[in-house]
Design a protein around this ligand. Structure first.
Ligand code: F6R
Length: 608
């Protein structure tokens, strides 16, 4: 959940590090720091708070002279946000400076050992242990020290390490935390994410666990933990710089919502050829699909909500039982996975700790893993048998929008693909579904064009203290996402309820003026949800109904109505979610919240 960047080259390092950190701030934003090598010593600047504080303190980095350095933006785990707990951490003599993303699980025993040996700790972090360990193991060769350190620490780490004895190189490693190496002309980089270095290079190396990289101005070498050099394939990123910039928008979240039609097109179009869904990316044969006994979908947060839609859609279309579970529960549930079960793992970042651990747990039980991931080369993608990438591009806002939408699109592609292979669709139904999937980008664009209507509704309700989202089946799945979107960025308490379940207890919370957002998009359950709307209205609720253009009855029962275009019922969540994303955004905006960086959160949750 922290962001790391490192630079070596001919230019002044600190401004480049600060600039890189601005692109990584979504990973953590409670404090930041940089360390630069200059004239035989390491100079460090740190500051609690947003990156601007550090930038002001160092005059945009100009105060730190030197052409090699490392930087860090933090999401606190061990120790509160403070200057002293910020990274980089120095070893006792000041010879080593370390930035770290991840968790050192055995840091207490290591701290004790080092304290017994006379090392003094000034911070509450697990990372300081690493800085002191480097000093403890260092006998004049930084690579030897690195190997000893990684053999000694347990947990997850991406590390960037400067040593004052090495004026022309720095060293880095990763295990279960992301880090890429950027290859420039006369300059090289490390970063938690390509967005931090995209301005300088698109040529990168993905590092495997415990591969150690030595970066010099004119070259990069990668070694395994036996000190043997490894040759790696260079990867060229095709995102352009603007993909990771706000581009005139006030917030990344709005930019990313607006990007949904393109992200959907990029995800769907390459997978439809000559009127057929072609999933070149996966190795599941028709025989494999016919043999699937059960599907488990595992994910966290919004990705889990995609899984809930997936359950309804796959069960309905393929008649294969689907169980969907949050990854943090699945991993400790001793899951029952039988032969021919398929596990679908969904993750934007591809590095969510709980999801990755759940994947490993499933693998230990012999499951075959198909993952839906946005970040190419991420840990979850690497650990899966098959990966279908969502081509959403970089998602910076903490609240996911375009990643959610593209994950949903992939679920539709998988369900339709499997249903066809299983003989569950007539050729007409198959063609119709494909046409509807292909029409989703335009329909989402149409909803976005009318965003001012949702803004108006937000202006009526942004002072609410509590908001309920209700729906049945697929509408319930989307209610969950609508509720999460609202609460995570606006801090308004909100709950999603299966519309029919409300009367079994929670309806007691409905009082005069409580806003209930009622989703009733499908045909079969429309009247059932209308009955639930009447129940809450009878208890004083104000209702905002969300339905399709096909339903004219909503206006007669709801106080306010939002209409979405029609499509195949299975695909409606792709459309229903958009006004809910907009509603959360506008409410948060009217409340003056920090939309892209909501309190207590970070984009990639790499801790348990
Ligand atoms: C909410 C949100 C989170 C993520 C969750 C999983 O807007 O973004 O709930 O969906 O943390 O993250 P990934 O998809 O990266 O595994």
């Amino acid at each position: 959940m922290c962001g790391i960047v490192g630079y070596i080259g001919k230019q002044q390092a600190a401004p480049i590090l600060l600039e890189g950190l601005t692109k990584l701030e979504y990973r953590g934003y409670d404090s930041a720091g940089i360390a630069v090598y200059h004239d035989g010593a390491l100079e460090v600047a740190k500051a609690k708070g947003r990156l601007e504080v550090l930038s002001e303190k160092t005059d945009g980095g100009k105060k730190l002279v030197g052409t090699m350095g490392i930087g860090h933006t933090r999401w606190a785990t061990h120790g509160e946000p403070s200057d002293v707990n910020s990274h980089p951490h120095l070893s006792m003599s000041g010879r080593f400076a370390v930035v770290h993303n991840g968790i050192i699980e055995n840091y207490i025993s290591l701290k004790k050992k080092l304290t017994d040996k006379g090392f003094e700790f000034i911070s509450e972090t697990d990372t300081e242990v690493i800085a002191h360990l480097f000093e403890y193991y260092y006998k004049g060769d930084i690579m030897d020290a690195m190997i000893k350190v990684i053999n000694r620490v347990e947990g997850s780490y991406a590390l960037g390490v400067l040593c004052s004895d090495y004026p022309d190189q720095f060293i880095a490693v990763r295990k279960a935390s992301p880090m890429i190496v950027g290859l420039g002309e006369g300059e090289n980089f490390i970063a938690s994410d390509v967005t931090a270095i995209l301005k300088y290079t698109r040529d990168i190396y993905y590092l495997e666990d415990n591969e150690i990289v030595v970066l010099k101005k004119d070259g990069v070498q990668i070694f395994n933990s036996d000190k043997e050099e490894i040759k790696k394939e260079k990867f060229t990123v095709d995102w352009d710089v603007s993909a990771a910039e706000k581009g005139g928008y006030e917030h990344f979240m709005m930019k990313e919502m607006e990007e949904q039609p393109k992200a959907l097109r990029d995800t769907i179009s390459p997978r439809i050829k000559d009127g057929k869904i072609v999933l070149d990316d996966i190795s599941l044969t028709t025989e494999d699909i016919k043999n699937i006994n059960k599907i488990h979908i595992v994910a966290c947060g919004s990705a889990y909500h995609v899984g809930v839609v997936g359950k309804y859609v796959i069960e309905k279309m393929c008649r294969i039982p689907v169980e969907v579970q949050v990854a943090s529960e699945f991993r400790y549930s001793d899951p029952i996975i039988k032969k021919n079960d398929l596990v679908i793992v969904i993750s934007q970042s591809g590095e969510t700790a709980d999801t990755l651990a759940a994947l490993k747990e499933a693998k230990n039980h012999g499951a075959r893993i198909l993952s839906i991931v946005n970040v190419v080369g991420s840990a979850i993608a690497n650990a899966s048998d098959d990966v279908i990438y969502t081509w959403a591009g970089p998602e910076i806002a903490v609240a996911t929008t375009k990643a959610y939408s593209t994950q949903l699109a992939v679920i539709y592609l998988i369900a339709t693909y499997m249903a066809e292979k299983l003989g569950m669709l007539t050729s007409g139904e198959y063609a119709n579904l494909i046409a509807e999937i292909e029409s989703l980008p335009d329909k989402v664009a149409k909803i976005l064009e009318a965003k001012e209507d949702v803004q108006y509704l937000a202006s009526k309700f942004y002072n609410c203290h509590s908001i309920f989202f209700i729906g049945r089946n697929l509408d319930y799945a989307v209610s969950m996402e609508g509720s999460l979107k609202l609460k995570e960025i606006s801090y308004i308490h909100s709950e999603a309820y299966a519309a029919g379940e409300l009367k079994h207890g929670t309806i007691s919370l409905i009082e005069d003026g409580t806003l209930v957002v009622a989703l009733a998009t499908g045909q079969d359950l429309f009247d059932k949800t209308v009955s639930n709307i009447k129940e809450v209205k009878a208890r004083g609720a104000v209702v905002m109904g969300v339905t399709t253009e096909a339903h004219s009855d909503m206006e007669t029962v709801a106080d306010y109505t939002v209409k979405i275009p029609t499509t195949n019922e299975m695909l409606l969540p792709s459309l229903t979610v958009v006004p809910l994303q907009l509603f959360g955004y506008y409410v948060a905006s009217l409340k003056g919240c920090d939309i892209d960086k909501p309190r207590n959160l970070a984009k990639s949750v790499t801790v348990e």
